[in-house]
Design a protein. Structure first.
Length: 144
């Protein structure tokens, strides 16, 4: 019985040691990330979201909706999954849409996820206007 317990404890400890790995920060990889991303309220980030939102509404939903203004911009998380992942900044804000309604918008700024992996990119979701449910439920999948 005692031998069984010792073998069981050794197996459990060995399994947890095998699951552990050395964390190498993304900035120290062979092809390193810079981790210098614009802040949540940066005008270039908000302009990118506004432009892409208007394009999506026009092309896919035959709608003239645009984002008119942003307020209550807040950071949610910086690299929530650790130093060894692609640098990401998660944010939330309130967007005033051209219909006159306010919607929560959740977005993330990510390094090397722009066109051809150059620069930073943005992923976003406007609550109530995620018509294809890409970030369902209620844009939850756009948050960390």
């Amino acid at each position: 019985m005692r031998r069984t317990l010792v073998l069981l404890a050794t197996a459990i400890l060995g399994a947890s040691a095998a699951a552990a790995y050395e964390v190498v920060p993304a900035e120290k990889r062979v092809i390193p990330y810079v981790a210098e991303l614009p802040l949540c309220g940066d005008p270039s980030v908000l302009a990118e979201i506004s432009t892409r939102f208007a394009e999506k509404e026009a092309q896919f939903w035959n709608s003239a909706l645009t984002i008119v203004e942003y307020s209550r911009i807040k950071p949610l998380a910086w690299r929530p999954w650790g130093l060894d992942t692609i640098p990401r900044r998660f944010c939330t804000a309130t967007a005033l849409v051209s219909s006159g309604r306010r919607h929560r918008i959740d977005y993330s700024v990510r390094e090397d996820l722009n066109f051809i992996s150059a620069g930073w990119g943005v992923e976003w979701c406007v609550t109530g206007l995620d018509r294809n449910l890409a970030y369902a439920p209620a844009c939850r999948m756009a948050r960390p």
